[in-house]
Write a protein that binds this ligand. Structure first.
Ligand code: AMP
Length: 215
């Protein structure tokens, strides 16, 4: 199964992708996660991507397409994958289509998580992350048991630099301007499956499953 999970920052893409990746036995490929790891490692990709990410702008398409080509060429992606946070522009969607068609492959479905913009701002500015084990909390609806401390490993929680309000608003603007055309790209191909992302993660996941093509 080759899937794309589509949705604005804060729409719950990461949570749904993890659930689906585990159940379907396919790797969850998040471009945001790969880029953050590259920045942490200080590798050439990370050094180039950092300034774009810190300001909430998109990283240039050529860098992203090189990165995704490398990732999808790895053996664990041979039987399928779930893309999270990619493609974000029409050029990326076209690049992905060319990459896959060269291998005789195509995307099976694009799940789009639909959430109201005000709700997205509320969710994103309340998000907290454990830098040690990667656990994600939300002060609004999934707070840690002890304030500021990770439930899983006890490390102090942090706010991602790009989750602060001004940056969040910019990310949503960028999303609206640049990413919405990608929805049209997949809609015209009959692959776009909208799912109401405003409900609990479990309810959203049930709709996600219902939207997958039957094998
Ligand atoms: P995310 O965790 O998906 O919200 O991504 C965090 C940041 O990484 C974004 O704000 C962008 O700067 C960058 N990024 C992630 N995925 C992409 C992509 N497909 N194209 C361009 N930039 C990306």
């Amino acid at each position: 199964m080759r899937l794309i999970l589509f949705g604005a920052p804060g729409s719950g893409k990461g949570t749904q992708a993890k659930l689906a990746g585990q159940e379907l036995g396919i790797p969850h490929v998040s471009t945001g996660d790969i880029l953050r790891q590259s920045v942490k490692d200080g590798n050439p990709l990370g050094l180039k991507a950092r300034a774009f990410m810190d300001s909430g702008a998109l990283v240039p398409d050529d860098l992203i397409l090189d990165m995704i080509g490398g990732r999808l060429g790895r053996p664990d992606a041979a039987a399928g994958f779930l893309l999270d946070g990619f493609p974000r522009t029409v050029a990326q969607a076209e690049g992905l289509e060319a990459l896959l068609s060269g291998l005789g492959l195509e995307i099976d479905a694009v799940i789009s998580l639909e959430v109201d913009p005000e709700e997205l701002i509320r969710r994103l500015t309340a998000r907290r992350l454990c830098p040690k084990c990667g656990a994600i909390f939300n002060l609004a609806f999934q707070p840690p048991k002890t304030e500021g401390v990770c439930d899983a490993c006890g490390a102090p929680l942090e706010q991602r630099a790009d989750d602060q309000r001004a940056t969040v608003e910019n990310r949503l603007r960028v999303y609206q301007q640049q990413t919405s055309p990608v929805m049209d790209f997949y809609r015209t191909r009959g692959l776009l499956k909208p799912v109401d992302g405003s409900r609990s993660p479990e309810e959203v996941y049930r709709s996600f499953q219902a939207a997958l093509p039957k094998s």
